[in-house]
Design a binder for this molecule. Structure first.
Ligand SMILES: [Cu+2]
Length: 121
């Protein structure tokens, strides 16, 4: 096994932070590793971008069903966490995106790589 010094240092830092996290919740007392994953609450989803509204930091997406949220497939607008996210997608793209709860809303915090991009006519 080879590991660079910085990777080893990062691992050491992660290990050092585990005891603090272990007291953060008692949901999975036997599985300390799951607490790190649980700290990331973004919900992955996929869909087709129908409209990009950079000025209002919104995109309209026809998203696939999202079982975690009990959402069926539908077309709906999503707010973007940052306007710059609007530059990462374009109309016609099939994309993976990540949602986080923001107030009573779910907003897009990140896009994955486009899984397919509509060819130019
Ligand atoms: Cu929806």
């Amino acid at each position: 096994m080879t590991m660079s010094f910085s990777a080893a240092l990062q691992l050491a830092l992660i290990m050092a932070s585990v005891p603090a996290l272990a007291f953060a919740g008692e949901v999975f007392p036997d599985m300390p590793g799951t607490k790190i994953a649980a700290a990331t609450t973004a919900i992955p989803a996929t869909g087709v971008v129908l409209k990009v509204d950079r000025d209002n930091a919104m995109v309209k997406i026809n998203h696939d069903p999202i079982p975690v949220l009990d959402w069926p497939r539908m077309t709906m607008p999503f707010h973007l966490k940052e306007r710059a996210l609007a530059d990462q997608v374009k109309e016609g793209d099939t994309v993976e995106f990540f949602l986080e709860k923001f107030g009573s809303d779910y907003i897009i915090v990140k896009f994955g790589k486009p899984t397919s991009t509509k060819a130019s006519p």
